[in-house]
Design a protein. Structure first.
Length: 589
């Protein structure tokens, strides 16, 4: 096993980490670099036009009121209305650009993050994979929010403060002191709210996971009288989430209220100090009003950033988690398209170590499956049958040895292409939210109805589906809803057979089937063999291996026998009888 940044994904060994993940995020963020320049340009003129209000006040108080000229007042007002209109258009335009930059960032990474989330979740319960899409959305919301536009406004804060200094040094120092206090509040906000916000996010995520678990197991909870216990379990997580959220809100709200109060006080203090200077004859009344307006504009970006600080922290956490996820799951290497393979599967010295584990579940397993052949994999629980199924479908990568489909290792096929060549019926069947037809077609938007019906007939599910209220258009839920386990298993078998895969892997395919379903399963296996394809069946029940030509026996992850079915069974029976005789003889002695 390698170090923390060395991982094995899709069959090739790479060194990847958060640094590479951050680089990917930065590249996606920089795709619209030229648009940021437009935002900066619009921000320049929008902030320049912010001087309209103070200059208007100067003219009104110092010229219009003194000259009592209505014509001058009308002309100034019309000019100000025009300038404010231009400023509004610029502000609206940069807001639209930022919204589209956020959408472009998310669109550029949607597929990458989705693939990384699925690939990571398939092999691990890593928390970074559970929130990938939500983290991406949190960064997108920050880009489109007023916070980022306030960053473009911040460079103008010194300009407005300098303008106040021009009016009078005392007014300027008051503005600088107020700005410094707001910056200190921002820093304290970041320091004191970081931990509460992180705890609140983790607690909310835990509560959501428990709620999802309870919803998925609602039938078990209801049937076994677990509602009260399940509620208490969820309520504990929920109360923890609410407590941490309230604490986080208290901290952020405290700083937001302090910021708002300080800003209002500073504006009043500016007016009061200005009035004092007017009384001393050092400034005019227009200067007093203009300085107050400039102060409000200078401090506005800081107040917006403080008010939106929870959004900033959520996006920062999302950025970090995304960088970790993308670092752990590197982009898939491009693959040359291969022709449709023959149903010949070679397993050569296969060793599999489950993700997150250090022990091999399969050790040096070798066997070959030929076209038209059905191979049964038998053995006690924990022998490695399901591990072998996951390896043969490409979900878990070999730690040693190789799996070849028609001569090519599985990692030479694109995962979506491999999925069309290898049909898989997992041991635990779950359906997707949608119609039965959509489930059989593997959610393909361009599904072929003829292939759907053909797959259902091969799985002996066609007649059963027609008896449902809406036939193939019957809606189902992940847990199956009112459908029985056997019905779900037949639909999942049809899904495995859709698109005519050359290899079909069935993990405990008759675990929920009755006698009729088992007979239908055996007919489907015979049909697959007659079509020149191959079947691999992981089984506990003897009925599941009736159609098998060859048996592979696994014990503790090691192949102990492989050969014709009857021959292997005879050897197993002989070994069992020999073991019984030896045990009986030992007890007599």
């Amino acid at each position: 096993m390698g170090g923390p940044n060395e991982i094995r994904m899709e069959g090739y060994h790479v060194t990847h980490g958060p640094m590479q993940g951050r680089d990917e995020l930065k590249r996606a963020l920089g795709q619209g670099r030229h648009l940021y320049w437009f935002v900066a340009l619009f921000s320049f003129f929008a902030n320049l036009l912010m001087l309209t209000g103070p200059l208007y006040m100067l003219q009104v108080y110092d010229r219009v009121l003194g000259s009592r000229s209505e014509a001058t007042l009308i002309a100034l007002t019309l000019l100000v209305a025009f300038l404010y209109g231009v400023m509004g258009i610029l502000d609206y335009s940069r807001g639209r650009i930022m919204a589209r930059l956020g959408a472009r960032f998310q669109s550029a990474l949607d597929r990458r993050v989705f693939d990384a989330m699925v690939r990571r979740s398939a092999v691990s319960n890593d928390p970074v994979a559970q929130t990938g899409l939500a983290d991406l959305e949190s960064v997108q919301r920050l880009i489109a929010s007023p916070v980022l536009m306030s960053i473009f406004d911040l460079p103008w804060t010194p300009v407005f403060l300098f303008g106040i200094f021009i009016f009078h040094p005392w007014l300027g120092w008051l503005a600088v002191a107020g700005g410094a206090l707001l910056i200190l509040i921002t820093l304290f906000n970041q320091i004191f709210s970081r931990t509460p916000v992180l705890k609140a996010g983790i607690a909310t995520q835990r509560a959501g996971l428990v709620a999802d678990e309870i919803r998925n197991e609602a039938e078990t909870i209801q049937s076994m009288g677990m509602r009260g216990a399940a509620f208490l379990r969820w309520k504990g997580r929920r109360d923890e989430s609410l407590t941490e959220t309230v604490k986080s809100g208290d901290v952020s709200g405290r700083f937001s209220s302090l910021t708002k109060t300080l800003r209002l006080f500073l504006q009043s203090a500016m007016l009061g100090l200005g009035a004092y200077l007017v009384l001393r004859g050092e400034v005019t009344a227009g200067t007093m009003i203009a300085a107050s307006i400039l102060l409000g504009r200078a401090l506005a970006p800081i107040e917006i950033i403080i008010g939106q600080w929870p959004l900033v922290q959520r996006a920062r956490r999302g950025w970090k988690t995304l960088a970790e996820l993308l670092g752990k799951v590197p982009p898939e290497a491009p693959r040359t398209a291969l022709p449709k393979p023959r149903a010949r599967l070679q397993v050569q010295g296969l060793t599999v170590v489950p993700p997150g584990d250090t022990r091999a579940q399969l050790k040096s397993v070798s066997f070959t499956v030929e076209p038209g052949q059905a191979v049964g994999v038998i053995g006690p629980s924990g022998a490695g049958k399901s591990t072998l199924a996951r390896a043969l479908t490409g979900v878990w990568m070999p730690a040693g040895g190789a799996i070849r489909l028609d001569g090519a290792t599985l990692d030479q096929y694109d995962p979506d292409v491999l999925g069309r060549h290898v049909g898989y019926l997992p041991q635990q069947v779950r359906l997707f939210e949608g119609t039965i037809a959509e489930n059989i077609a593997r959610l393909d938007p361009n599904r072929d109805d003829e292939k759907i019906v053909a797959a259902a007939k091969k799985a002996a599910a066609h007649e059963m589906i027609l008896q449902l209220p809406d036939g193939y258009d019957t809606m189902v839920s992940p847990g199956g809803g009112r459908m029985s386990g056997g019905q779900m298993q037949r639909i999942a078998l049809a899904r495995a057979l859709y698109a005519d895969p050359v290899i079909v892997i069935l993990d405990e395919p008759n675990s929920n089937l009755d006698a009729e379903g088992s007979a239908a399963l055996n007919r489907a296996i015979r049909q697959i063999k007659e079509d020149g394809r191959a079947v691999i069946i992981m089984a506990h029940r003897p009925a599941a291996i009736q159609e098998c030509d060859t048996l592979l026996v696994l014990e503790h992850g090691t192949a102990t026998a492989f050969g014709p079915r009857d021959e292997v069974l005879r050897k197993m029976v002989a070994n069992h009888e020999q073991l019984q005789r030896a045990t009986a003889l030992g007890s007599v002695r």
